[in-house]
Structures are given as structure tokens and as C-alpha cells.
Design a protein around this ligand. Structure first.
Ligand code: 6R9
Length: 628
């Protein structure tokens, strides 16, 4: 770990329209936060009471660090909140899921239809011998059946482990075996940009060495698959043969709901375990309050359910609020870079949540694509996954949001389960800053002893109190869980570096392991990348540190250029000059390399350690999450 360091802060901010404030679920951040601090348990209890439980809790929270239990002894089933609760006259015929396939196919499931499919499939799983506590691996394309499978597991108390459909056989096998999955739910194929992904073949390869798996349920996505043999079961047949109306398994608040693997920087991925009660309350609350979901919203989070963003903000949170969820198998630039904006227009999307990597890609293709479509239905924009650099913020705000929609830049992690830091609707937005801890969360920026650092000084981003949707352990590796809580005394260490301004706004600078110490100065990769991207020719940038005999480390930058721009020595000099003006001479890269694309995780995060390993000719560690 490093020492703290100074960061240059900008004072620019945007005021959202005051009407947002008047109608928002959290109309006044400061008073909501005060209310929470005055009675933290009461704050969460009020939110929990908005949901359906079989039996109430004895205590809201029990905290014996590093272990927390929330809503102790309460009984519930999360699917009753995502489904049954909405089967009222006003809501049962409301679309729950609106799906678009890779080739433009479409399907809509109302809450009633989703309930029927989920309960049928749950009965089918139970008939196959899958029960409470059994682990089920879900490896599917982004089709409604993926969500049906997740909810059906939750209905009967089976613990799902969703593996993103872009992973290969080795990564899949590692996850199946670590979880000890009893069944796997998959499809014959998936589609991506018109290409076929042979999911079932990959599953077969993974299963060559996965002894725990007894059943393989296969969705005939292509419509032309041969019926599964051996331990195989046809998804549609299972659905057809089973009756709807499966009673919801009575789950303890602390029973596991799912395991989700997150990449380790070295070695094997970690199986993050989330539980039923706290996760439900945390995702319901943040979906409703951070995105300000109202009855007639059309909600589109572009993440795949294979990531935590998909779990919390495609499936559980949005369905718990009873909103209409848009999902698409398609990619943002296929068949052309207007694909997403066409969908926003056609479906009247009002809340749109995506990642900075996608925003920067849209920027690269130019304004003319979004300008072809009517985006006036948009009301709230969100960002997640990486720092949203000011350049991308401005573009998103003006070109997509028409300078009308607040942007919620949400900082959180697989481990946190829900949004932790953002700017609540109605509050002034500061480009480059995620914002403040959401009411219910105590976050700070501290030095390695846990002392808060002054504004303008960079340090470690930590959470100081437990929260309902925090991970409970790392599957099969509790020690690894404990390291999150015992690295900095009394705090959950997120592993990110951050800086606060005078008003308590937090800017996330990147992962702590991405910090570069140049001639004694600590420089966050995100700062240099942000400076590079603010140059008109640059689409994306990744920055690494390289050992340097003189300076300790030297900065090397990899950049991709905007459409129509080409590399030259003049451009390299201009970029160096630009960074010098923005950040000062110590942050100027000593090398700038032009690339066609940057190595990223399948969820869109730049993998700097892969660039670094390549540069140094060393082993990059676990690269199972790297895009093809
Ligand atoms: C939700 C998700 C977690 C890491 C996290 C941080 C980065 C996420 C961010 C952000 C800056 C944001 N991150 N959101 N950095 N601003 N708004 O992405 O979970 O895949 O576990 O990644 O992503 O570095 O520590 P996960």
C-alpha cells in the first residue's frame, strides 16, 4: 500500500432541474442522511417494511466484526417481492421484461407471465431433485429464460451461480467446481453480433471434469438443436410439463441467495456470497431511490445478468420495484452505432444505465448517431464500472441527456451488492466525481491507519459501517473474506483509491494496485487517462507504470483514437503537452503507444495489469475475465 498524495480538483458542477428534487424519492439528500445517522437501524427497518416477509426480524442488525447479520430470524422469499407482490389488478398485465434478440427478434413477458414461467420452471427444477441450498450454475445468453432460471432457483431456495455467456470452458469449469454445482442451465447457442457462440459445446468441454453436475438443462435457442441426451433435459419441455404456482420456499434472511465470481488480480476468482434478506432490501432501496423509479418508467440497464450490475439492477432491484425492464442480446454498435438509441426511442426508455466504456465508444462514433433518434423519453442516466471521466460525463449529459437528465455515477462492487456512492437525483453533479455515500452508507477516504485524509488528498476508499447487502463471505474461503475487513483497522477496504473535495464529493481514482509512483509522486491511472481522453483525438486510454532507473516508475500510455484521427509524431507531442497542461509535468507519459483496442474484461473494465505484464514480459495472472 502507498502513502496518501495530492490531487488537483476542479470546481465545475451542474445543477439539475429543481423539479427532480420536488418529486424524487429522496428529495433532500442532507436530511435523508441525517435521518439515517440518527437511527441507522430504524432507517433500514423503514425500507424493509415496504417489502413482503413471511415473518419479521428480531433485530435489524447484528455486528460482530467482520461478520454482520441483517434482519435476524426474518423469513422471506425474494421472488415474492419480484413477482407475487405485483400480481395486482394494476400491475399483473404490465410488461416485466421486454426483450430484443441479436437478430432483432422481440418478446415481452408481463408480470403475470413471468410469474407463471418462473413458478413452472421452479417446479421443474424441484422435480429434477434440485432443492434448497443446492448450487445451480446458469450459463446462458441474454434471453428472458436466463432471468426465469435465476428467479426459479431463488423460488426454491437453490443458490444460483451465474457465469457470463462469454466465458470459455476453463473459466466455466473453475466456477462450476468451486461452487460444487449440482445442475447447470444453458442453451445450445448464443448470438453476438450475428455470430454464433456454441454454449453447449463449451459446457460439454467444461463438464469433462466437473463431477458434481448431475443435470444439464438446455434451452434450444437456435430452434434447431438436437434433443439433449444423457444427463440432459430440454428447457422448454421442462417448462411445459410443470404446473405453475410453485410455493415460495421459506428462506431465512441470512440464507445464501447466490454466489457470483469476481476476478482476482492474481490466482483464482472469488465466489462472492450474497444472502436473501439484506440483499433484497439494499437492491430494492437503491433501485427505487438512486434511479428514482416511478410507476411508468421503462428501465434499461445494459449489463448482462452475468455481472453483479445485472443481478442487482437488471433482475432483483428493478423487479422488486415492479418496473418494466428492457434487456437485449444485442451490442451497442451492432448492426450500427445507433442500435441502442433506436431502442431507447422505440421502447420509450426513461432510465438508462450503462458503463463508461460504452459511453466512450459512442463518443468515438460521433454525435450523429444518437442525433438520428428521438431520445426525449430519457429522464435519468446512470454510469457504473469505471470512473466516468469529465469528458465522457459532458458528452453523456449533453448529447444523450439533452442537458436535461441527471447523471447518477454509481460507485459500488460485486462485494457491496448495491450502490454505495453516487449523486442523488436533485443534487448538484460534479463531473469526474461519483458523489457522496448514499443515505444508509458510511464511506470515507483514509490513510493506511484508517485516519480520514483532508480534502484534496488521495487515500483509500473505505466503508465504515456494515450495510444490508454486503457480501457475507467468499465461498469456501472465509479467510479471503476477512482480509477485506482487516487491512485497514475498523474498515471495509474496497481496494480503490479516491479523493474527497471540500463538500464531501468523492472522486474514484482507480484500483489501489493501479497507482503509479513517479519520482516520489503518486499518480492515479484514472487521472492521466482522463487527461488523455479529454484530448479531441483520443477515444480511450490506459496507463501503466514501468520500472525506471531514475524515477522509480515511468508512465506508459496506450491510446485508441477517434474515428477519423490518425497517429503521428505531432499528435504524440500534442498529447504529452496536453497532459502537462492538465496535470503537470510529473504526470506526462514518457511513452505513448497507439493501439486499435485495449484489453478489457468482458464487463468493460480496462485490464491494465495485462498491458503491464505484456510490457514487462511476465505472467499476467488470472486472465479468465479477459475479452476474446
Ligand atoms: C459494479 C461493479 C468493482 C470495481 C470497483 C471500482 C470500479 C465501479 C465505479 C468504479 C469508479 C464508478 N468501479 N463503479 N470506479 N466509478 N462509478 O462494477 O462491480 O465488477 O465488482 O467492480 O469497479 O474499481 O472497485 P465489480
Amino acid at each position: 500500500m502507498t502513502e496518501t498524495f495530492d490531487v488537483k480538483l476542479d470546481e465545475k458542477h451542474y445543477m439539475p432541474d429543481q423539479r427532480f428534487r420536488e418529486t424524487a424519492w429522496t428529495p433532500d439528500y442532507a436530511s435523508a442522511y441525517r435521518e439515517f445517522l440518527a437511527d441507522p437501524e430504524g432507517f433500514w427497518e423503514m425500507l424493509a417494511r415496504e417489502l413482503d416477509w413471511f415473518e419479521p426480524w428480531d433485530r435489524v442488525r447484528e455486528w460482530t466484526p467482520p461478520y454482520a447479520r441483517w434482519f435476524t430470524n426474518a423469513k422471506l422469499n425474494i421472488t415474492r417481492n419480484c413477482l407475487d407482490r405485483h400480481l395486482t389488478d394494476g400491475c399483473r398485465d404490465k410488461p416485466a421484461i421486454v426483450w430484443r434478440g441479436d437478430a432483432g427478434e422481440s418478446r415481452t413477458l408481463t408480470y403475470q407471465q413471468l410469474y407463471e414461467d418462473v413458478t413452472r420452471f421452479a417446479n421443474g427444477l424441484a422435480a429434477l431433485g434440485v432443492g434448497k441450498g443446492d448450487r445451480v450454475c446458469i450459463y446462458m445468453p441474454l434471453v428472458p429464460e436466463q432471468i426465469v432460471a435465476m428467479l426459479a432457483c431463488a423460488r426454491i431456495g437453490a443458490v444460483h451461480s451465474v457465469v457470463f455467456g462469454g466465458f470459455g470452458a476453463g473459466a466455466l469449469r473453475m466456477r462450476i467446481n468451486d461452487a460444487g454445482a449440482k445442475a447447470i442451465i444453458t442453451a445450445d447457442v448464443g448470438y453476438r453480433r450475428g455470430k454464433i457462440i456454441p454454449l453447449k459445446e463449451i459446457v460439454d468441454e467444461a463438464l469433462a471434469d466437473a463431477p458434481s453436475v448431475e443435470t444439464v438443462i438446455v434451452l434450444n435457442r437456435s430452434g434447431s438443436a438436437t434433443p439433449p441426451a444423457g444427463r440432459g433435459v430440454d428447457f422448454a419441455k421442462l417448462l411445459e410439463q410443470s404446473a405453475p404456482g410453485c410455493p415460495a420456499e421459506v428462506m431465512d434472511a441470512e440464507d445464501p441467495l447466490f454466489i457470483l465470481y469476481t476476478s482476482g488480480s492474481t490466482g483464482a476468482p472469488k465466489g462472492i456470497v450474497h444472502t436473501c434478506g439484506g440483499y433484497m432490501v439494499g437492491t430494492y432501496y437503491t433501485t427505487k431511490h438512486v434511479f428514482d423509479v416511478k410507476d411508468n418508467d421503462i428501465f434499461w440497464c445494459t449489463a448482462d445478468p452475468g455481472w453483479i450490475t445485472g443481478h442487482s439492477y437488471v433482475v432483483y432491484g428493478p423487479l422488486a420495484t415492479g418496473t418494466t425492464v428492457v434487456i437485449t442480446e444485442g451490442t451497442p454498435d451492432y448492426p450500427d452505432p445507433g442500435a441502442f438509441w433506436k431502442l431507447v426511442q422505440d421502447l420509450g426508455v426513461s432510465i438508462f444505465y450503462t458503463a463508461p466504456t460504452a459511453i466512450r465508444m459512442f463518443m468515438k462514433h460521433g454525435e450523429e448517431w444518437p442525433q438520428k433518434y428521438n431520445l426525449s423519453s430519457l429522464r435519468v442516466l446512470g454510469s457504473v464500472g469505471e470512473p466516468l471521466n469529465p469528458e465522457a460525463f459532458e458528452w453523456y449529459y449533453q448529447v444523450i441527456g439533452g442537458s436535461r437528465c441527471p447523471i447518477v455515477d454509481t460507485w459500488w462492487q460485486t462485494e457491496t451488492g448495491m450502490h454505495m456512492i453516487t449523486t442523488m437525483i436533485g443534487d448538484p453533479m460534479k463531473p469526474g466525481f461519483a458523489g457522496k455515500p448514499v443515505p444508509g452508507v458510511v464511506a470515507d477516504v483514509v490513510d493506511r491507519e484508517g485516519n480520514p485524509v483532508p480534502p484534496g488528498t488521495g487515500g483509500f476508499l473505505v466503508i465504515k459501517e456494515p450495510w444490508p447487502s454486503m457480501m457475507r463471505t467468499v465461498h469456501g474461503n472465509d479467510e479471503r473474506y476477512c482480509t477485506y475487513w482487516n487491512t485497514i483497522p475498523g474498515c471495509y477496504t474496497a481496494g480503490d483509491l479516491a479523493v474527497k473535495d471540500e463538500n464531501g464529493y468523492i472522486m474514484v481514482l482507480g484500483r489501489a494496485d493501479d497507482l503509479i509512483v513517479v519520482a516520489g509522486h503518486n499518480i492515479g491511472t484514472a487521472e492521466v487517462e482522463s487527461a488523455l481522453v479529454s484530448h479531441e483525438a483520443v477515444a480511450e486510454a490506459a496507463v501503466i507504470g514501468k520500472p525506471d532507473p531514475l524515477k522509480g516508475n515511468a508512465i506508459k500510455a496506450f491510446v485508441t483514437l477517434c474515428t477519423g484521427c490518425s497517429q503521428s509524431d505531432e499528435l504524440t507531442a500534442a498529447l504529452a503537452k496536453h497532459v502537462r497542461e492538465e496535470l503537470g509535468p510529473v504526470a506526462v507519459p514518457s511513452e505513448i503507444e497507439y493501439a486499435d483496442r485495449l484489453p478489457k474484461t468482458r464487463s468493460g473494465k480496462i485490464m491494465r495489469r495485462v498491458l503491464k505484464a505484456r510490457e514487462l514480459g511476465v505472467d499476467p495472472g488470472d486472465i479468465s475475465t479477459l475479452e476474446e
